[in-house]
Ligand binder design. Sequence first.
Ligand code: NDP
Ligand code: MG
Length: 378
Amino acid sequence: MLKKIILLGATGSIGNSALRLLRKNKNLYHLIGVSAHNNAKLLSEIVNEFNVQNVVLSDCKNVNEYYGIHQLKVGSLELKNLAKLDCDIVISGITGLSGLYPAYEAISSGNDLAIANKEPLVAAGQIFMNKVKQTGAKILPVDSEHSAIFQCIQYNDNLDFITLTASGGPFLNYDIDSLDNVTPEMALNHPVWDMGDKISIDSATMFNKALEIIEASVLFDLTYEKIDVVIHPQSIIHGLVHYKDGSILANLGYPDMITPLSVALSWPDRVDLNLKKIKLTDIGNLTFIEPDYKKFPALNLGWEVLKNNKLSPIVLNAANEIAVKLFLENKIKFTSIFKLVSEIIDIYQPSDALTIDEVIYIDNIARLKSIDYFNRKL
Ligand code: NDP
Ligand code: MG
């Protein structure tokens, strides 16, 4: 039986890796639904190549550019409807908190969710985990570090802690004083991964790793002191699980999102992707470096938010999304991203959100406060 797949964010970087995976495995997977936000042309190509029946463009701006062979549905309500169609697994490669409603819709309807889109897990993690307990849907991590932990973790009283690796991003070896003047182009130029703009900037500031610390605490039910981060520039080891008997299980692989996507789609089975084989002697050295918390203060905020329950992960995420956008538009300096986010999580400390609508409410206020801070102070 072919597994029926719905791919949200088909036109992005994760979408592209997922399509590469599906192209290689036409005998296993059948793509029955796809979404994009604006890129109607690429969406049409995908629909025509894979003969996808259910197609959504979540923004209406470019509908006239659509030339796919199947009917196009438009708007955010249609995106939610797409995520709850009967299928074996929904992949979410949407960027930012915009993926919240469709991902939540997927698990609410009982669909399994292979999730790359970390922001909804950061902002609404507990609500997601409660929902899957209710519906029986599974959340399968696609973020490479979390896929690594997922593959190595054995739930056990004697699990000691986990390590998430970080490439260090494009500014790993930059002088701290030069970071004030780096441009969006420089920040988008990631040394290892080819990703969308938002996550590329997050990798440069290391907010990405802060989000991933929170993501890991949600997915694996771990407290802050059980999550460690180490810089590993080669990005060959993606994550490690340390046990108290001295054993450490690590997951290795070339940095290519096709692998974590394949793990999520086939779990607990494995598929032959016929990839270039890893030759350890070609790689030679694997290096590990302590993060520089002065240069990348954003990293600490991941632990801070878990430690101090007055600080809200929703606010952290929202302020960061606004700050990244402002930086990409050349309106603020690279170093002001951290300044803005740390200010907003200090001044806006809402009580816990218990529903998705409350998450959105807090998110909206945090965005308004971020814009206000930018207008007044930056
Ligand atoms: P991209 O920016 O490359 O792609 C984003 C996708 O989401 C596109 O299909 C885009 O459509 C769609 N989209 C954009 N805005 C909206 C919106 N408001 N509503 C609905 N859909 C929207 O991002 P990435 O693929 O790099 O990242 C996706 C997610 O996966 C992020 O959360 C990221 O953190 C995570 N991730 C990514 C990795 C990677 O290697 N890229 C690795 C690990 C995690 P359109 O093209 O039409 O604008
Ligand atoms: Mg990652």
